[in-house]
Design a protein around this ligand. Structure first.
Ligand code: FAD
Length: 358
């Protein structure tokens, strides 16, 4: 039982019959999950749309096994996976609803209103959702770049993130690209008894020199000025051919060739963006479109789980206040505006006064 007043959503609610959602949140990473449980804890019907098949965002997809050590209250650290699993459980316990493998396409305005509040239509790759408020929490970098020649095989042993820790029993692991994350994956696999080939397009691996040295010291082979140009599956093994004609047979491939940025998604949303492509927000986390908030890595400089949580929670509370007291944000803005005007008048008066004294 929580110590603060949680308005429990009715567990018998038939979410399929809702005419509209109070809040639709895009992204089930740290900021989206924190926002979702905050709105649900205030009795708002909340839907989270997530492009991937699982919740968690970067901690789950990019560093599931890493111990995060900078989260207050976890002196021994907590893995990205456990953190994601716990936060997701908290959200589902609060009756947040989730749609996975569904991607935001755009947000449309509608003519429909609910208590003076114009409803929005969130259009996704699989459907449309009417809602009162939208919180964009989709991070900045999401989709690992795919390597078409390997992706076309649809083989489940082509990994675009470092797979779970394993003993490779002398298996041959193919690693594509020589950046830091690819080299770290090579070291990890070599330490677990794999034979490793790192395929680097450039003349030298671009990752840290000492990691390159470590890969070679552990028996890994770094093949520079080489690209994978052909691939096939033979007897359950991956056979790849390289630009120099070499053929390699592997039991697993790890591809680490960077990420696609979310910029394209942002551009479709018709909201104001900063020069660096991130989303512009006001002090209440609202974007240039009324009723659409943005939190977490989608804006700002400090990219941390705790910051993403804090922003998700704040935006959720602002959204709640707007829903329960529609003029609240406008009044706050008027108040801010008056303070700025008073500040400007005081500065003008001070400079006029100091000018007189000269
Ligand atoms: C290697 C690495 C290590 C890190 N280590 C730490 C650390 O030790 N401590 C720390 O505090 N922070 C760390 N961070 C940073 C931290 O992970 C991020 O700041 C945090 O995950 C941001 O959360 P978010 O919810 O804003 O975005 P994300 O975690 O990126 O989550 C966004 C979610 O939105 C989904 N999504 C994207 N586009 C769409 C779409 N169009 N439709 C639907 N869903 C979509 C994505 O699939 C994703 O699940 C690390 C980051 C990296 C890359």
């Amino acid at each position: 039982m929580a110590d603060f007043k949680v308005t429990v959503l009715d567990p018998t609610t038939d979410f399929a019959k809702l005419k509209y959602w109070d809040v639709v949140i895009i992204g089930a990473g740290p900021s989206g999950l924190a926002a979702s449980l905050t709105t649900a804890h205030r009795g708002l019907t909340t839907l989270v749309v997530e492009a991937k098949s699982e919740p968690g965002g970067q901690p789950q997809f990019l560093y599931a096994d890493k111990k995060i050590v900078d989260i207050p209250g976890f002196p021994d650290g907590i893995t990205g996976h456990e953190l994601s699993e716990r936060t997701f459980r908290q959200a589902t316990d609060a009756l947040v609803q989730f749609r996975f493998e569904e991607e935001l396409i755009e947000n449309q305005d509608t003519e429909q209103k609910e208590r003076e509040d114009p409803l929005k239509k969130v259009v996704t790759s699989k459907g449309e959702y009417l809602c009162r408020k939208v919180i964009i929490a989709c991070g900045l970098l999401h989709y690992p770049r795919k390597l078409p020649v390997l992706d076309a095989l649809e083989w489940k042993k082509v990994h675009y993130k470092v797979p779970r820790i394993n003993d490779y029993h002398g298996d041959h692991v193919l690693i594509v690209r020589g950046g830091d994350s690819a080299l770290d994956a090579a070291v990890m696999a070599l330490q677990r008894n794999a034979r490793v080939d790192v395929i680097v397009r450039e003349e030298a691996a671009v990752g840290k020199a000492d990691t390159v040295g470590r890969v070679e010291q552990l028996g890994g082979r770094v093949r520079t000025s080489a690209e994978v140009v052909g691939a096939s599956l033979q007897d359950g093994h991956l056979v790849t051919s390289l630009t120099d004609g070499t053929e390699l047979t592997s039991e697993l491939a790890i591809v680490q060739i960077g990420f696609l940025s979310a910029k394209e998604t942002f551009e479709r949303l018709a909201i104001r963006l900063n020069e660096d492509g991130s989303i512009t927000i006001d002090p209440y986390f609202e974007t240039s479109r009324h009723g659409i908030f943005a939190v977490g890595d989608v804006h700002g400089d400090i990219k941390l789980v705790t910051v993403a949580w804090a922003e998700g929670i704040q935006a959720a509370i602002y959204a709640f206040k707007e829903i329960t007291s529609p003029y609240w944000l406008n009044e706050k803005r008027l108040h801010d505006y008056k303070l700025v005007m008073i500040g400007e008048k005081m500065t003008d008066a001070a400079s006029a006064h100091s000018g007189r004294g000269k």
